[in-house]
Write a protein that binds this ligand. Structure first.
Ligand code: HEC
Ligand code: HEC
Length: 244
């Protein structure tokens, strides 16, 4: 039928009609109402979090492949400036992207503030560490040799000998894992645990025997020392080959 044969030619016109039907105003003239919000106008925490973070950090801040942000212990140890900087600039050599426009992302500074505020409002429990002196959020690496002993005392029961995985928890020494995770993230994992998965915080790896700040720094150094020198190079020792 001729009419079908003409369809391709008609498509642009059809598209134009549909597009115009969807517009309430001509370009440049203010519309009747804010039917479609510009992405930079979205300030609602739930929407911003869902669109930008939930794929990795999980819906509601837990249950994703990346660190559970909806952890009140974490939120009482990390400060707003740090949350803001990490969200804005991302973490180099990891899968955490930069979100600030100034760093090539899509979010305005106001939107990043709204996310940080929203995390606090929705997920923090002020006073949850009342009477406790938590280890500092960040600190230099300790001594990897001492860390071996610390690992055996506090971690091996779950992560197995040498960190290669055990009955209760997975490997934390795979090159592909260590190559993509920062020292700070390892530290955060040790201090805060992954509570919804049964990973304890620094106080309860060994019940009644909280880890000292030194022990934390040492065990992080022990893990960091096992990071492959050239992450992403599949055959260690081989010179990297560049494609032309
Ligand atoms: C593509 C996956 C991905 C997305 C999307 C993502 N993150 Fe992350 N995020 C990560 C990873 C992986 C890390 C751990 C980085 C490292 O190794 O330090 C991380 C770390 C973080 C940390 C630091 C945790 C710590 O140890 O203190 C914060 C805060 C954070 N992300 C916030 C956000 C926020 C807010 C969003 C949305 C605006 C977001 N992330 C989106 C993957 C992601
Ligand atoms: C009671 C068991 C238990 C103990 C003790 C424990 N962990 Fe875990 N850990 C877990 C579980 C469960 C997870 C999350 C799921 C998984 O990785 O298997 C986890 C996650 C982690 C992660 C994040 C892994 C990832 O995939 O991002 C790191 C790093 C880690 N633990 C390090 C340690 C270190 C270091 C110690 C000792 C200081 C320790 N853990 C003690 C159970 C434990």
């Amino acid at each position: 039928m001729t009419c079908w044969r003409r369809l391709p030619a008609l498509l642009p016109a059809l598209f134009l009609i549909l597009a115009m039907a969807g517009c309430s105003s001509l370009p440049g003239r203010p519309g009747l109402g804010p039917e479609v919000q510009r992405p930079s106008d979205v300030m609602n925490f739930g929407v911003l979090y869902k669109q930008n973070c939930s794929g990795c950090h999980g819906p509601e801040g837990r249950g994703g492949p990346a660190f559970p942000l909806a952890d009140p212990v974490y939120l009482s140890i990390v400060n707003d400036a740090t949350l803001r900087t990490i969200t804005a600039q991302g973490v180099p050599n990891s899968l955490m992207p930069a979100f600030a426009r100034s760093a090539g992302g899509m979010l305005t500074d106001q939107q990043i503030d709204a996310i940080v505020e929203g995390m606090r409002k929705n997920w923090a429990k002020p006073g949850i560490l009342a009477g406790v002196t938590p280890p500092p959020y960040s600190a230099p690496l300790g001594d990897p040799k001492r860390g071996t002993q610390v690992y055996q005392t506090f971690c091996q029961s779950c992560h197995g000998p040498g960190g290669k995985g055990g009955a209760k928890a997975s490997s934390i020494v795979d090159g592909s894992y260590l190559g993509l995770v920062s020292d700070q993230e390892l530290r955060t994992d040790v201090i805060c645990g992954w509570p919804h998965l049964g990973a304890p915080d620094w106080r309860s790896d060994v019940p009644g025997h909280p880890m000292t700040a030194q022990e934390i720094a040492d065990v992080v150094a022990y893990l960091a020392a096992q990071r492959p020198k050239f992450p992403g190079r599949p055959y260690p020792g081989q010179p990297s080959r560049r494609r032309k």
